[in-house]
Design a protein around this ligand. Structure first.
Ligand code: NAD
Ligand code: MG
Length: 384
């Protein structure tokens, strides 16, 4: 159990739920960070009284400093500010609730400071997971997943003393709002349709990723990085009810599953209280009133993003970074209603085809692949 944390991305969906958990468990928050959202950040700073608040952009940082002038709270800005928040000596753990590859530098700062990292941000693990995990080993940083599937797997693995006993990780997937549709119907879907997730309430980027199933693809790569397993040891099963959060199959045939209501506060709480389990006010899972649990294979033809991510996972190297970068850019264009839904996989596929893969990349090569993936999408926006 940790007593003090730094929270990166406090104004987002995971960030706000992390603060609920801190309130519930009496965990102190020493640093808050966000990109902008000054009003909410001010409220959070007044409620939690951190010693440092870091804002990515300069203008909102100056505005926040004016607003907090009556309190003894330091306001920092830019990447430096985020890095400082991530490596604050007072904080035992850092929650990475920033969306996108932008979390890479503050995450590395937390790892290099030897913190417990409660990892919500999946994009950095997809792009630079091998380097992040290697640095974690070197600096003695403890990496604990927050993503519900990976937290479920982590929980199922407690008590497993020999990783050789793990046969397969089974990621469950709700199927998103467009489950059962074919490619032609999918192509016409709007932003409002894509933001209607059946079971979870989350930030816009991840909600759109759930509609394309890219989210499950990113999680496939995330699982390989976190648990150091081969791609053949990870599989995906559609489970519409989101009650089983994921499973681990062991070599003796036993399959352990972690179940619960779809509420991110559970994996967040576990990442902060681990190895303990603490009481919560969360309503328990009511098995007698839950819908029947169903399982089906994913439709890789209708949802090519998942297939592309699985192929990148198998190939390894910078293609995972290119896929993520192209997806981040394409999702941003879709959010701004500049491209149709069906264009997201097209742009990602185009970037993968155009940009050569480099295996065992250095950090520079990863950053270059990220830049090239984004450039490809910006230069290939189709006219409609
Ligand atoms: P969100 O969009 O709701 O919040 C993102 C946060 O990151 C905000 O506080 C924002 O200010 C901050 N941010 C964005 N860009 C930034 C930048 N350039 N520099 C600094 N801060 C920046 O996102 P979310 O849904 O909370 O997701 C956060 C991460 O957690 C994502 O990687 C997502 O995949 C992962 N995740 C989310 C959920 C969920 O339920 N929301 C579940 C599993 C995993
Ligand atoms: Mg997830």
């Amino acid at each position: 159990m940790v007593n003090t944390i730094s929270l990166l991305g406090s104004t987002g969906s995971i960030g706000r739920q992390t603060l609920d958990v801190c309130r519930e468990q009496g965990i102190r928050v020493a640093a808050l960070t966000a990109r902008s959202s000054i009003e909410l950040l001010e409220q959070q700073a007044r409620a939690f009284r951190p010693q440092l608040v870091a804002v990515y952009d300069l203008e909102p940082a100056l505005e926040l400093a004016r607003r907090l002038a009556d309190l003894k709270i330091e306001v920092a800005y830019g990447l430096d500010g985020l890095r400082r928040a991530a490596s604050l000596p007072e904080s035992e753990a850092v929650v990475t609730a920033v969306v996108g590859m932008a979390a890479l530098w503050p995450t590395m700062a937390a790892v290099e400071a030897g913190k417990r990292v409660a990892f919500a941000n999946k994009e950095t693990l997809v792009c630079a997971g091998e380097l992040v995990m290697e640095a974690a080993r070197r600096y003695g940083a403890e990496i604990i997943p927050v993503d519900s599937e990976h937290s479920a797997i982590f929980q199922c693995m407690q008590g497993c003393r020999d990783r050789g006993e793990v046969k397969r990780l089974v990621l469950t997937c709700s199927g998103g709002p467009f489950y059962g549709l074919g490619r032609a119907e999918l192509a016409k879907k709007t932003k409002a349709d894509a933001l209607r997730h059946p079971n979870w309430s989350m930030g816009e980027k991840i909600t759109i990723d759930c509609a394309t199933l890219m989210n499950k693809g990113l999680e496939y790569i995330e699982a390989m990085r976190l648990f150091r397993v081969a791609p053949e040891q990870v599989s995906v099963v559609i489970h519409r009810q989101s009650i089983i959060h994921s499973m681990v199959e062991f070599t003796d045939g036993a399959v352990l599953a972690q179940m619960g209501t779809p509420d991110m506060r559970l994996p967040i709480r576990y990442a902060l209280t681990y190895p303990e389990r603490r009481k919560s006010e969360q309503p328990p899972l009511d098995l007698l009133n839950c819908p029947p649990l169903t399982f089906a294979p994913p439709d890789l033809e209708a949802f090519p993003c998942l297939k592309m991510a699985m192929d990148c996972a198998k190939a390894g190297g910078t293609c995972c970074t290119v896929l993520n970068a192209a997806n981040e850019e394409a999702v941003e264009l879709f959010r701004r209603e500049m491209i149709p839904f069906g264009e997201i996989p097209e742009l990602a596929a185009g970037a993968l085809e155009k940009i050569p893969n480099i295996s065992r990349p250095s950090m520079e090569e990863i950053l270059d692949a990220d830049r090239r993936g984004r450039e490809f999408v910006r230069e290939n926006i189709p006219f409609h």
